[in-house]
Design a protein around this ligand. Structure first.
Ligand SMILES: [Zn+2]
Ligand SMILES: [Zn+2]
Length: 342
């Protein structure tokens, strides 16, 4: 099969083509696994983190990609949930132990044996991949293959982040960073919490305009003071400045949820600007989001279809995966980038 393969970690500033087109043997489904013929695969900021070594794959070469939509082509022994020809989705969670207290309580995203699609196992920048049937999801018919792909990561982790904020209808929510996840969270909030008011912090004026188009009541630059204090804020940026700057906009008892697998080191000294009375005093909280559990993916797919949430997308052929990653790195973002494979 054709795949775009990561052979070694590198900086995207020095290497514009980190992935190499490669012919790999077709994978074979094991017990309770399905072989999926990939139709589309979303391009995620996490791929940049993998390539540049902030969340390095444990073995190389590896096929990246964890927002995969495809058709079941073949079933391994004991598969009962899916049949050949079914359309399935695959997200960031590839597998977990199934036995620990986290797995048993529905927080398998915290399992110490958590394995990620496209990092710990080959993912969807390829014509085929295999996955346990327990970690594949049915995709509601209302979504095209391209529309469904970004829902599987940006949407699902956005949903988990929103759950972790504890937002209630009528409260003010801030989003610092407005990429693929942010725009889906905004749409989700407008459906689920129609009286909540959403405030956007983004460096790029194009992203700010886009946020206003989608119904944000206020949009400003990262370090600006919002027009009202906020009950909670979700940070989806790869750096530290937005964390410090967001905290000053929280109301007493407010919560900042950081949705980033790793933060870059380039502006870490910004943390020295952290001022206890301005940023933390009055019982402000900071919480991180780690991965996604299966319920986040399946509940979000249901919510998105009910609410008519469809991501804005930009398609690339598989061969142009490097170009899509380069644009993402350089924040040329309007909606979510998706590789069309099948
Ligand atoms: Zn992702
Ligand atoms: Zn476990």
């Amino acid at each position: 099969m054709k795949a775009m393969v990561l052979n070694e970690l590198c900086s995207l500033k020095e290497n514009r083509t980190p992935l190499t087109p490669t012919d790999l043997p077709d994978p074979v489904p094991g017990d309770r696994e399905v072989l999926v013929r990939v139709q589309t695969c979303g391009v995620c900021h996490t791929e940049l983190d993998e390539i540049e070594g902030r969340t390095p794959p444990p073995h190389l070469p590896i096929v990246l990609g964890h927002q995969v939509v495809g058709m079941v082509e073949e079933t391994g022994s004991g598969v009962s949930k899916f049949q050949i020809g079914d359309r399935v989705g695959i997200g960031w969670i590839y597998s977990a132990c199934g036995k620990c207290k986290f797995c048993l309580s529905g927080n398998e995203n915290l399992c110490k044996d958590f394995k990620a699609t496209g990092r710990d196992a080959n993912g969807g920048y390829a014509e085929y991949m295999t996955i346990s049937e327990d970690f594949a999801y049915s995709i509601p018919d209302v979504f095209s293959d391209s529309e469904a792909a970004p829902l599987l990561c940006a949407g699902a982790i956005g949903y988990r982040s929103l759950r972790l904020t504890g937002l209630k209808d009528g409260q003010n929510l801030g989003l610092t960073g407005f990429g693929a996840s942010g725009h889906l969270v905004l749409k989700m909030v407008r459906h689920k919490y129609p009286k909540a008011r959403v405030f956007i912090f983004a460096r790029n004026p194009v992203e700010r305009d886009f946020a206003r188009e989608l119904g944000a009541v206020w949009a400003g630059d990262t370090e600006e003071e919002s027009s009202e204090r906020l009950s909670c804020i979700i940070d989806t940026t790869p750096v530290w400045k937005p964390v410090v700057e967001a905290l000053k906009n929280l109301e007493p008892g407010g919560r900042l949820v950081i949705n980033a697998i790793r933060k870059e080191e380039i502006d870490k000294d910004y943390l020295l600007k952290l001022d206890y009375p301005t940023h933390l005093w009055m019982e402000k909280e900071i919480k991180s989001v780690a991965n996604v559990a299966r319920r986040d993916v399946s509940e979000f797919l249901g919510l998105a279809s009910e609410a008519g949430i469809k991501p804005e997308i930009q398609e690339f052929p598989l061969d142009d995966a490097n170009e899509a990653l380069f644009e993402l790195k350089n924040r040329k973002i309007r909606g979510a980038k998706v590789l069309r494979i099948g």
